[in-house]
Design a protein around this ligand. Structure first.
Ligand code: A2P
Length: 340
């Protein structure tokens, strides 16, 4: 079988990676539609050596499409979701629009592939920091249940899109030339700086990104009362996120055992060389598929605690790769083609 695929948001940072992954992973695509805003109509992109036009998304865009990979923001996803489902296509949505909807599976293929089985046409791709953390923590959780997780993130510019990445480069150039950096996407200069994640703060003092990590991890793990706290920070890195994670297990889990589990865990690469002081870095995670995990050590403040550090490509596993893996699972499990 071969599928008609549409990418909604094809001209964005995640869109570019989706096109590359469909090609490099040999996803069975019979026809690829590239959709974006009217601003991009008339431009073109390359897929398997072929130049394809970018079209402005419209009422007829999803006719005869089997899978829509959407990465054009929550408002665009909300606007088109019902039309996509009505057209008989399955939408894999990278936005946060439907993630906490009980009818929408929220899936990390290494963690909860079974959640796909009863999908109703929309599948949500989790938040990028959540995906990276769950890939690293789930294999440990399965061996020894976790009572409490505390995470601090160091998030790259790519999470705010292609224009945000360009903004950081321009700010860096401006500062090096002694000029005042301009801000447009981000509220403050990110070059040579960092700031707590710039999403709205709720009544408890947590920003939206932090609440996504908490609520989405609970939904993906299927543990509604899992204790999690998060501090999300934007750092001047282009495309890989890092996270410091503290885990409190029900019973002690040794560093050796955790290392062993993670050395064979799907989607994880153990990068943990204390002698060389070599651990995961965004520069090594960028452009690569696995979540790099290291600095696994005993929490000196708690007998059941472990500390670990991870890095993962925000655009790949944090977004596009996870979405394409979901599409691959839908094919494998024969969960596509509701129309027929
Ligand atoms: P466009 O390039 O035409 O603006 P990023 O997250 O890297 O900023 O990318 C956002 C993606 O979402 C781009 O492909 C962008 O297209 C697309 N997009 C933004 N707004 C809309 C919209 N209203 N309708 C369709 N696509 C949109």
């Amino acid at each position: 079988n071969s599928y008609r695929v549409a990418i909604l948001g094809a001209t964005g940072a995640v869109g570019a990676e989706l096109i590359e992954l469909l090609e490099s992973r040999n996803f069975p695509v019979v026809e690829l539609k590239l959709l974006a805003s009217p601003r991009s109509a008339g431009t073109s992109l390359t897929f398997r050596g072929e130049t394809l036009p970018v079209e402005a998304v419209s009422e007829t865009s999803f006719d005869h499409v089997d899978i829509v990979l959407a990465s054009a923001g929550g408002a665009t996803s909300k606007l088109w979701a019902s039309k996509i489902v009505a057209a008989g296509a399955v939408m894999i949505d990278n936005s946060s629009a439907f993630r906490m909807n009980p009818d929408v599976p929220l899936v990390v293929p290494e963690v909860n592939p079974e959640a796909l089985n009863h999908h109703k046409g929309i599948i949500a791709n989790p938040n990028c920091t959540t995906i990276l953390m769950t890939v690293a923590v789930w294999p440990l959780y399965q061996v020894q249940p976790i009572r409490r997780m505390v995470v601090a993130t160091y998030q790259s510019a790519s999470g705010a899109g292609a224009r945000a990445m360009e903004e950081v480069k321009q700010q860096t150039l401006a500062i090096l030339q002694g000029e005042t950096p301009k801000t447009e996407i981000f509220p403050y200069p990110l070059a040579f700086n960092l700031f707590p994640h710039n999403t709205p703060i709720n009544e408890l003092g947590y920003c939206e990104e932090e609440m996504k990590m908490i609520n989405e991890t609970r939904k993906i793990f299927g543990v509604s009362d899992l204790m999690i706290s998060a501090t999300c920070v934007r750092v001047p890195v282009l495309r890989a996120h890092s996270e410091a994670v503290n885990l409190e297990f029900e019973q002690p889990l040794s560093v050796e055992k955790a290392r062993h589990i993670l050395s064979t865990a799907p989607g994880v690469e153990l990068v943990d060389d204390p002698k060389a002081n070599y651990f995961p870095m965004p520069i090594d995670a960028s452009g690569r598929d696995p979540v790099l995990v290291g600095r696994i050590r005993q929490d000196l403040s708690h007998p059941c605690g472990l500390e670990l550090w991870l890095c993962g490509d925000q655009i790949r596993k944090g977004a596009a790769l996870n979405a394409v893996q979901i599409a691959e699972l839908l094919v494998e499990k024969q969960l596509l083609g509701l129309r027929r």
